[in-house]
Design a protein around this ligand. Structure first.
Ligand code: HEC
Ligand code: HEC
Length: 372
């Protein structure tokens, strides 16, 4: 017997080291039972009365353990092929979860074609995510970046293998979803946890919320004039920017509706010639070409550069674009009309937009990197 062991052990060790494992990195089996309790603590979002009601899917209620697991997955580069990139690499809290770039770059150094979107108040947005609305839910969206070669360039089977062998994740999945074995960790559960975390990213503490809704403090004259320039409801004359035709309070996007418009960015000869077809790519309808989702302007001061391809560096450039009133392309929205803005109007409008900045949101420790 001893002789047999003497032969087998060196062979086993040779195979083991040939496979590239160091003795202190013994991989954990992937189908073990997971120890620990499953006692989910429900969480309800604290939403002020002036905001819409959040929509939480019945099959993914918020729990403390689910949100915490989602937060870890969001900040963990384990989701990318070379462990260099997490969701947070392109969605940074201090920039209202954008990346400050015109278009984002993934692990392979390849640039994507679109600008990273701000992640705030996603709980009010029921369906149709991305600039073109192609993902139906946050749960569906969260699956996409991992396998996108311009983003994390990893495969879900690999990620699941890493998670199942991880010293802590199996316990966290059990606490969040009550699974019993490591093999029950799925990409769908990972996506559910990430979606739970994302639904907690609520921004309702800007100066706009304080002044207009909480009756705390006042706007400066500049900000108040800017507010009147933003809301067409306040218009005294036809020559008005009319931003609120599309960006409605209180979300400053489309609230829960999904509206896609051509806001006059591209000067193309016809509707088949848009460099990025946007919504048209999803619906296959030519008249949707060049249309994009009306996105939220909350925290807009922090999320430059602007538009789906990050073409504008500053809010001044954005206003210069809107004053021109588009290029007369067939499917431009009827509310894209030329108007004039004095230098002072411009300053006032920007001063108003800056009151949508929520510093509590970008400093909230509950939204921050748990590994720091
Ligand atoms: C390489 C940069 C990059 C990485 C990594 C990345 N994203 Fe994004 N994210 C983007 C870009 C770019 C868009 C817009 C893409 C589009 O519209 O086609 C986006 C859009 C989104 C949206 C849509 C928001 C909305 O309002 O519709 C969500 C949600 C989101 N990302 C979450 C995540 C999550 C979760 C992860 C990690 C699993 C992640 N992102 C990883 C760049 C990135
Ligand atoms: C006809 C509807 C419409 C009107 C009117 C409108 N917008 Fe927009 N806005 C959009 C759409 C759609 C987008 C996204 C377009 C894209 O990226 O292709 C957008 C994007 C933006 C962005 C960039 C957001 C980001 O995250 O990059 C800013 C800033 C903005 N609008 C400000 C304004 C202001 C200020 C006004 C008034 C002067 C205004 N908008 C009027 C539809 C509109």
């Amino acid at each position: 017997m001893r002789k047999l062991l003497l032969i087998i052990l060196p062979i086993a060790a040779a195979i083991y080291f040939a496979a590239g494992c160091k003795p202190d990195e013994v991989p954990q089996p992937t189908d073990e039972l997971i120890a620990g309790e499953y006692t989910p603590q429900p969480v309800s979002l604290n939403i002020p009365s002036w905001m819409p009601q959040p929509v939480i899917p019945e099959d993914n209620p918020l729990t403390e353990a689910g949100i915490e697991l989602g937060r870890r997955l969001f900040y963990d580069p384990i989701l990318s092929s070379d462990s260099t990139q997490s969701c947070a690499s392109c969605h940074r809290q201090e920039l209202a979860f954008t990346d400050g770039l015109a278009v984002s770059t993934g692990v392979l150094g390849i640039s994507g074609r679109r600008s990273a979107m701000a992640l705030d108040n996603l709980a009010f947005h029921v369906r149709e995510f991305f600039w073109d609305g192609r993902a139906n839910s946050l749960e569906e969206q969260a699956l996409i970046p991992v396998e996108d070669h311009t983003e994390m360039n990893e495969s879900w089977p690999n990620v699941l293998d890493k998670l199942r062998r991880h010293p802590h994740y199996p316990r966290r999945f059990r606490q969040a979803f009550g699974i019993e074995r490591k093999s029950q960790i799925t990409k769908e559960l990972a996506a559910k946890a990430i979606a739970q975390f994302e639904r907690t990213l609520i921004s309702v503490n800007s100066r706009y919320d304080d002044v207009i809704w909480r009756n705390q403090g006042w706007y400066t004259d500049e900000e108040e004039r800017g507010r009147q320039l933003f809301f067409f409801e306040e218009a005294q004359q036809l020559n008005h920017p009319g931003c609120s035709h599309c960006h409605f309070a209180p979300t400053f996007g489309n609230n829960s509706f999904n509206t896609y418009t051509n806001n006059g960015l591209d000067n193309v000869p016809n509707i088949d010639a848009f460099p990025d077809k946007g919504r048209g790519e999803v619906t296959g309808n030519r008249f949707d070409n060049g249309k994009f989702r009306v996105v939220s302007l909350r925290n807009i001061e922090l999320t430059a550069p602007y538009m789906h391809d990050g073409r504008f560096q500053t809010l001044e450039e954005v206003l210069d674009h809107y004053t021109r009133g588009g290029h007369g392309v067939e499917n431009e929205d009827v509310n894209i009309l030329p108007f004039s803005l004095s230098a002072r109007d411009k300053q006032d409008l920007i001063a108003f937009l800056k009151t949508l900045t929520d510093t509590t949101f970008i400093n909230n420790p509950a939204h921050s990197d748990p590994f720091r």
